[in-house]
Every structure is written in C-alpha cells, then in structure tokens.
Design a protein around this ligand. Structure first.
Ligand code: XBP
Ligand code: MG
Length: 229
C-alpha cells in the first residue's frame, strides 16, 4: 500500500514544455535581439538536456560559442525566460494534464501524501503549483535546491530525506527517460505517464508505462494500492 507519491512537474503534472517553456525561451531570444528560435521538433530533441540554463548553454556551444561565453549568455537569457514563464503561468497558459486532478483527489481522500521533485526553477514552480493545484504538496524540491539535475537522483533523495517517507511505500510519477532514471536511482518504483514528447523514450525501468493519467491501466494501478481508510 502507498504512503506517498512524488510527482515530477514538467510533462507530468502539467503540459508545460511545448506551449510553456518553449515559448518563453523563444520570447527571451527575441527580446535579446537573437535570431535563435526553437520549433516543436527541435525543442523535443533539446529536452534530453535537463535544466533550462544547461539547455541554452548546450545550444550556444553546439553553434560554436566558447564554453564560458555560452554559459554567461545562457544564465542571462534564462533569468528573463523564467520571468516570461511566470507570466504565462499567471495568465493561465499552463494546465494540469487530463486526469491528474482526479488522481490527486483520490490520493488525498485516502491520506496518501503528495510531494514534488523537479529540475525546474523554484521561481516558476511555486507559483505554478499554487495556481493550478493549490497548497497540497507537502515537500517541493526543485532544481534551485539541488546541484545535480535529473537524471541524477538528487531531487528524489532530498524529498525522501525531508518527507521522511519509506521508499518501499512511495512511488514516483514521471514522464521521461531522465525522470525515470532519477526516481529509480533513488531507490523508488516509478510509474511513467508519457506524453507526445516522451512516448518514444526508454521508460522500461518503470513499473508501469501508461499513455497519460486517464489510461485505465494507470487508474487501476493506483486504485489497487490505495490504503482505503
Ligand atoms: C524539466 C526540465 C526543465 C524545464 C524548464 O525536467 O528539464 O529544464 O524544461 O525549466 P523534469 P527551467 O520534468 O525531468 O524535471 O527552465 O526552470 O530549467
Ligand atoms: Mg518531466
């Protein structure tokens, strides 16, 4: 039976990448007078690099910028990208994936704690969770607090430490190969709910691979493991 569930944010709780982060990166490029733009397919490839600053730095390095310059430019652009992302969230452009609200309500009704482990920056993660889900996540660990981003297990290990839940009775929910690696690396079972960007990812170390939160297999998996008070 489950005691706690740890959720990833991007691509898992919310559909935030294609029409959220990607648009914010493009707006930051434009404002800075750069001609770089990330189309849907390009951004899908870049998602393999976790963390917005690292993603930007890798992009500029691949275009031939010296590493130091690429990092400095990436840091500056990412600061502005984060502000733009906060605005997109405030304007209601980032929404929960279908079925997520129902699962959270079911977990809540049975007293299962919910936590968050993400590699995104706290500056947008907090307002997003607040706006879309309200104050329901007990522990929220973001990429701002851990130095190693997913696929490192660091964020999950920090959640386990702070929440004090037992790894055997906790499950992670992820959408991507990097996320599943992070969760499994922390000793957790992981349920994978893939999306359009991650359906071809290698999710084979997950205990269940589902086509989103309305997939009957995912709904049944959780219902069989709820403590039923
Ligand atoms: C999410 C990320 C993040 C977001 C952008 O990965 O890698 O970089 O794409 O957010 P995961 P930031 O879902 O595995 O946590 O720009 O704040 O990094
Ligand atoms: Mg994700």
């Amino acid at each position: 039976l489950l005691e706690a569930v740890v959720f990833d944010v991007d691509g898992t709780l919310v559909d935030s990448e294609r029409d959220g982060h990607r648009l914010a990166f493009n707006a930051a490029f434009e404002e800075a007078g750069l001609t770089d733009r990330w189309d849907v397919a390009t951004y899908g490839r870049l998602l393999r690099i976790t963390g917005g600053t690292r993603r930007l730095a890798a992009w500029f390095e691949a275009k031939g910028a010296p590493a130091g310059h690429a990092r400095e430019l990436a840091t500056r652009l990412h600061r502005r990208k984060t502000e733009i992302m906060r605005q997109l969230i405030e304007d209601g452009h980032v929404r929960a994936r279908p079925g997520v609200g129902q699962l959270l309500d079911d977990l809540d009704a049975e007293g299962v704690q919910v936590h968050v482990a993400t590699t995104g920056a706290r500056a947008w993660v907090e307002p997003l969770l607040d706006r879309v889900f309200g104050p329901r996540f007990r522990t929220v660990v973001t990429g701002t607090e851990v130095t190693e981003l997913k696929p490192s297990p660091a964020a999950y290990l920090r959640v386990l430490e702070l929440a004090g839940c037992s790894p055997e009775r906790t499950v992670a929910v992820e959408d991507s190969a990097n996320g599943v690696r992070a969760a499994v690396g922390a000793g957790l079972r992981c349920v994978a709910a893939y999306n359009d960007y991650t359906r071809d990812d290698d999710l084979s170390s997950a205990v269940l691979v589902a086509d989103g939160f309305t997939d009957p297999a995912l709904v049944a998996w959780f219902h069989q493991r709820l403590p039923r008070r």
